[in-house]
Design a protein around this ligand. Structure first.
Ligand code: TYD
Ligand code: MG
Length: 453
């Protein structure tokens, strides 16, 4: 019997080596090489799909019809993809188990009634998929189901059915018959994705691939998978909250700043078109420690409630804890408050919670956090009809943030009566408005009289 041929692959970047190496010469990762059986059938050549020979073309002669995109009948997903699914593109959607990837994609498959969709599952049986479809209650549409894990067979079926969208759930269960290593191994994932990518480009049929995420939050399989696809979407959410967020991490055909928000319901995922509704608690009472930030995620304003609790500490070392906010940034803001405003928080326990558990990257949330901390420390409530949009610097200065006009407009639209922003330069001052009071601050200590009055 012929001996199995093996090779070592880097878990991080997918580099291949004949022997085990402690440190990957390509990406520098330590102890990342794993042995895999890669015995290749036939002549040892990969059976390549017959790719037509490419010809060189003069740039000015290349015809460019406007990028053709498929409307997925899902506004959130369309926006995250940059306006729909581009023909011939390969989209990877990653997320933890149970977050709702299969549900989301099955919903897409059933919603696109005017498109032939091939839903390939390597994880569930056809009847399990049907059960889920009935739960979502969208009818069969034009959706074909295939339970198969061999990529060659999938491509063969696809050539028969000629689908307009293919969904692969998940890449970790796919294998190509040319490689003997088990499903989910680095070489299988890479080779399967490469085959699917070639098919997508040749047939112009977009393929959406599900990918699992490892414990440390990376897409399982080599990083190289992310390089091979056109778009990488991350599906995330806290288990304890009902809503889910789709974020684009890489997008060749659009911005990576957009967010799609859903809520998991008993009948599937509901699109949340007004996210502020879930990001602010329903309470109408003014409570100390609570401040509302006017943040932006991509082009969309999000009004987020921050809750701070400053309490006397009964332990030798005071605790600091933040949910949905960077702990180091919280420590920085506390130090600024102590040094520049003279608020004594040092020996106290500080807790910060972003309502809804959303992780916010927009620095405009700083001022709301600072206001919440002052409000809780002094035990005076901030009016719930006031909101904040500014970054706070190390010397206590209040800094301006991007798209201020848009934030102010949105705040006025949502019925806020006052918004705190950074002092504007004389170049482009914010026009005085009748619908909302705009308070410009230069330093954070100027905030005190407003909060404490
Ligand atoms: P699923 O799509 O199977 O997750 P993934 O493919 O990412 O592993 O989602 C499973 C979870 O979603 C499961 O815990 C049940 C829940 N769920 C609902 O709450 N409502 C529904 O209508 C469906 C279909 C699932
Ligand atoms: Mg699944």
């Amino acid at each position: 019997m012929a001996k199995d041929k093996t090779a070592f692959f880097c878990r991080e970047c997918g580099a291949k080596s004949a022997v085990w190496i402690g440190r990957c010469p390509q990406c520098g990762a330590w102890n990342s090489y794993e042995q895999e059986v890669i015995h290749r059938s036939g002549s040892g050549q990969l059976k390549n799909l017959s790719t037509p020979k490419a010809v060189t073309m003069l740039m000015s002669n290349i015809e460019c019809s406007a990028e053709q995109r498929i409307d997925l009948k899902d506004e959130e997903l369309n926006r995250v993809l940059g306006g729909g699914l581009v023909l011939g593109s390969l989209v990877l959607i990653g997320g933890e188990p149970g977050i709702g990837k299969s549900t989301l994609l099955l919903q897409v498959a059933l919603n696109c009634k005017d498109k032939r969709v091939l839903y390939v599952s390597g994880e569930e049986s056809a009847s399990q998929i049907k059960m889920r479809a009935e739960r979502i209650n969208k009818g069969g549409g034009n959706c074909y189901v295939l339970t198969e894990t061999c990529v060659e067979n999938i491509i063969e079926r696809a050539t028969e059915v000629q689908p307009q969208i293919i969904i692969i759930d998940s890449i970790q269960t796919m294998t190509t018959s040319d490689i003997d290593s088990s499903a989910g191994s680095i070489s299988q994932i890479r080779e399967s994705a490469a085959r699917l990518g070639t098919y997508a480009k040749q047939s112009a049929c977009p393929i959406i691939i599900v990918g699992h995420i490892t414990k440390d939050g990376n897409l399982a399989g080599p990083k190289i998978l992310e390089h091979m696809v056109d778009t990488v979407l991350q599906f995330e959410g806290e288990r304890n909250y009902g809503y889910r967020i789709v974020r684009s991490v890489k997008n060749r055909f659009g911005s990576t700043e957009e967010l799609g928000i859903y809520e998991m319901q008993s009948y599937g995922l509901r699109q949340v078109s007004n996210p502020s509704e879930i990001l602010m608690s329903s309470s109408t009472e003014n409570l100390s420690g609570t401040a509302i930030a006017a943040t932006m995620e991509g082009n969309r304003p999000l009004f987020i409630e921050t809750q701070a609790l400053v309490a006397n500490s009964y332990y030798s070392s005071a605790q600091k804890n933040a949910t949905g906010f960077d702990l180091r940034r919280l420590s920085m803001l506390l130090a600024v408050l102590e040094k520049r405003v003279g608020v004594k928080i040092g020996g106290k326990d500080v807790f910060l919670n972003i309502v809804g558990g959303l992780k916010v990257s927009d620095p405009a949330i700083d001022l709301a956090v600072v206001a919440g901390l002052i409000s809780s420390g002094e035990d005076v409530a901030i009016n719930r009809r006031h909101c904040f949009a500014a970054e706070v610097g190390l010397s206590g200065e209040v800094r301006s943030v991007v798209r201020l006009e848009q934030r102010i407009n949105e705040a006025a639209k949502l019925g806020f009566e006052r918004i705190y922003i950074a002092k504007q330069g004389s170049k482009n001052p914010i026009a005085k408005r009748s619908d909302i009071e705009v308070i410009s601050l230069g330093e954070i200590d100027q905030l005190l009289p407003y909060i404490l009055s």
